[in-house]
Design a protein around this ligand. Structure first.
Ligand code: SF4
Length: 446
């Protein structure tokens, strides 16, 4: 019987894409997938190292899977933690048989090691020693999507130097993929909605000035939109949101703007080593709304970054009130090793951080609920993700709320429904079954 593998994915959508590529590679090499970790010959944990909490969850998961795996099964740790803390993990995690950073993917040893992956080794099968560059992982094939939507990662790494962020230090500088490889992946996925992701999406192409160049995200969005009914963009750094990009998004079938704002106080944004200020952001948002009344907005904010004063916090509260965004995620600042901010003075005490974030979340929850109430009686087009669950352009998969729809609607189809009720972040369409318990509405770090 073919060796079986089990993959557990933690962290962000970008990690899910990596996992799918690992799965695609292992399947191509003749292994079979299993949902039962106790039956797998190879157990892979794709970890997240975003903040302390994510690292703890990754370690807990590794240890739990190590306990549950069957005798002789290999445990492989990959993803951000493996990349960032590889040496420490190797020294302190004897449970893991292999720690594989992004440059070292997974190989069954069953066929020729063309992709040089070293994951599924069985006794007696030689490991391939040379790591492959992480860029190769980006361009590996993927199986058709199991859901009507799918993430597509268009670049890896980041060239910015935001004070709180360790990502560039372990994901490296930005490397944009070829347009042809992205479009091929879109075709392979056979999904109705493609969600483009990267660390800094709007910077796509800047690292390849000869072939692509700044602003090439616009043409890419147009080309992807020509292939699928819906193209959604996640994580837009606000300075690169050009008029052309706004036009391309408005024409993509998904007028949804995920703006990575992080704060609005100008002085504080400079401390964060970021661009912009609340006034500019409000102007841009108003401008987009004047072009498309149905435009939906999401953003993320960091609360309690060193030096955040009462005045900075008040500015953020006023902005949240005035901008009236559909969705917002608020995250407590977490000092990250190797970042600019880790040694800054004026660290905000934890108690104050909790108070500030609670105040912001309470305010935003009320705004989100009232925006959802306003949709009662509206007629919207949904994509049916699973029986009884759909999404319009206003809801990003796995991040925002959902729309409950009649279970008779076929998964993968588009349907036009009338909204009959709102329940917090979720909407209920006419004819939907009573509460089926599949509400989402979770925020995401991004
Ligand atoms: S926060 Fe985003 S844009 Fe800033 S350095 Fe990190 S990945 Fe890059």
């Amino acid at each position: 019987m073919a060796s079986r593998f089990y993959v557990e994915t933690l962290g962000c959508p970008k990690n899910e894409v990596d996992s799918e590529k690992l799965v695609g590679t292992l399947l191509a090499q003749g292994l079979t997938a299993t949902d039962d970790e106790t039956q797998a010959d190879v157990v892979v944990v794709n970890t997240c190292a975003f903040i302390e909490e994510a690292r703890k969850e990754s370690i807990d998961t590794i240890l739990a899977l190590s306990e549950r795996r069957k005798k002789g099964a290999r445990l492989v740790v990959t993803g951000c933690m493996a990349e960032r803390y590889g040496d420490e993990l190797r020294a302190n995690l004897p449970e893991a048989d292999q720690i594989a950073g992004f440059g070292v993917a997974i190989e069954s040893g069953v066929t020729a090691p063309a992709t040089a992956v070293t994951l599924g080794r069985k006794p007696g099968i030689a490991l391939t020693a040379q790591p492959v560059p992480s860029f190769d992982l980006l361009n590996l094939p993927r199986p058709a999507s199991r859901t009507p939507w799918a993430y597509v990662k268009i670049a890896e790494g980041c060239d910015r130097t935001c004070g709180f962020c360790a990502i560039p230090s372990f994901r490296g500088p930005q490397r944009s993929r070829d347009v042809a490889s992205i479009l091929r992946e879109v075709d392979e996925l056979q999904a109705k909605e493609i969600v483009l992701v990267a660390q800094d999406l709007a910077s796509y192409g800047k690292d390849r000035p000869e072939e692509l160049g700044a602003g090439s995200i616009v043409e890419l969005v147009r080309q992807v939109s020509a292939k699928v009914p819906r193209t959604r963009l996640l994580y837009l750094y606000p300075s690169d949101l050009s008029d052309e990009l706004i036009d391309a998004i408005l024409a993509s079938g998904v007028p949804y703007f995920d703006l990575s704002l992080q704060h609005v106080s100008k002085a504080h944004l400079r401390r964060m080593r970021r661009w912009g200020d609340g006034e500019r952001f409000l102007k841009r948002i108003a401008d987009i709304r004047s072009r498309e009344a149905d435009a939906t907005f999401r953003s993320n904010f960091i609360v309690g970054y060193p030096g955040e004063t009462e005045d900075d916090h008040d500015q953020l509260l006023s902005f949240v009130r005035e901008a009236s965004l559909d969705w917002c995620g608020f995250f407590e600042y977490s000092p990250e090793e190797g970042t600019y901010a880790v040694n800054l003075p004026d660290q905000v005490p934890a108690g104050l951080m909790h108070e500030r974030i609670a105040e912001l979340r309470e305010l935003q929850d009320a705004i989100t609920a009232s925006k959802r109430d306003e949709l009662i009686d509206a007629v919207v087009e949904v994509l049916v993700d699973e029986p009884g669950v759909g999404r319009s352009h206003r809801e990003a998969p796995q991040i925002d709320g959902i729309i409950r729809v009649p279970t008779a609607l076929a998964v993968g189809s588009f349907a036009t429904v009338r909204i009959a009720d709102a329940q917090g972040p979720d909407l209920v369409a006419e004819g939907a079954d009573a509460n089926d318990g599949s509400a989402q509405g979770a925020d995401h770090a991004g």
